[in-house]
Design a protein around this ligand. Structure first.
Ligand code: ZN
Length: 190
């Protein structure tokens, strides 16, 4: 739970510190708006993504499952500006053949995204949550994102993507599994 009152006073201080008038009509409600928005944007701070994976079902499925283009919005922890894009998540079920609904994987991505984040750490946290929660034979996560802190300051042009990946188990050991995952996530992409 974020501290609504503390955010409100901090945002009011920032408005004042940049030389603006916190009482001005357009700004007077801003601390309150930012506080309630942060409650949403940072709802993943005190949540454990592994809890989303406890309700699985034994499908006896032993082949790769890939969910691609999961949209996400996160906040860069260095600048508190958004970075956003898509996550691709693949796994091969473990010996028990246990799988989870695709919405659960999307929920794991959302929880991990809604924290002050680094793209690299977000990628590993998703992979590790699935390893811990599902005990699969392997997990692969790829994230493509644009960072407003880079684009707005002119460090990078809009449209330039940062790509990160995390591979666990089978995907580390078997080049064929890795190749299958990457060909699936690149399918129908020009
Ligand atoms: Zn940044």
């Amino acid at each position: 739970m974020v501290d609504n009152i503390q955010i409100r006073s901090a945002v009011a201080s920032i408005i004042q510190a940049i030389g603006e008038d916190p009482e001005r009509e357009g700004l007077v409600g801003t601390p309150e708006r930012v506080a309630s928005m942060y409650a949403e944007l940072f709802m993943g701070v005190d949540k454990d993504p592994r809890e989303e994976l406890t309700v699985g079902f034994e499908a006896g499925h032993r082949e790769m499952v890939v969910l691609k283009d999961i949209p996400f919005y996160s906040m860069c922890e260095h600048h508190l500006l958004p970075f956003y894009g898509v996550a691709h998540v693949g796994y091969v079920p473990g010996d028990d053949g246990r799988v989870v609904g695709v919405s659960k994987l999307a929920r794991v991505v959302e929880i991990v995204a809604r924290r002050p984040q680094l793209q690299e750490r977000m990628t590993t946290q998703i992979a590790d949550a699935i390893v811990d929660g599902l005990d699969p034979a392997g997990v692969a996560v790829v994230i493509q994102a644009e960072h407003l802190c880079m684009i707005m300051r002119g460090i990078e042009k809009p449209g330039s993507n940062v790509i990160t990946s995390a591979l666990r188990g089978l995907f580390q050991r078997k080049p064929a599994s890795r190749a299958e995952f990457f060909s699936l996530i690149n399918a129908s992409r020009s």
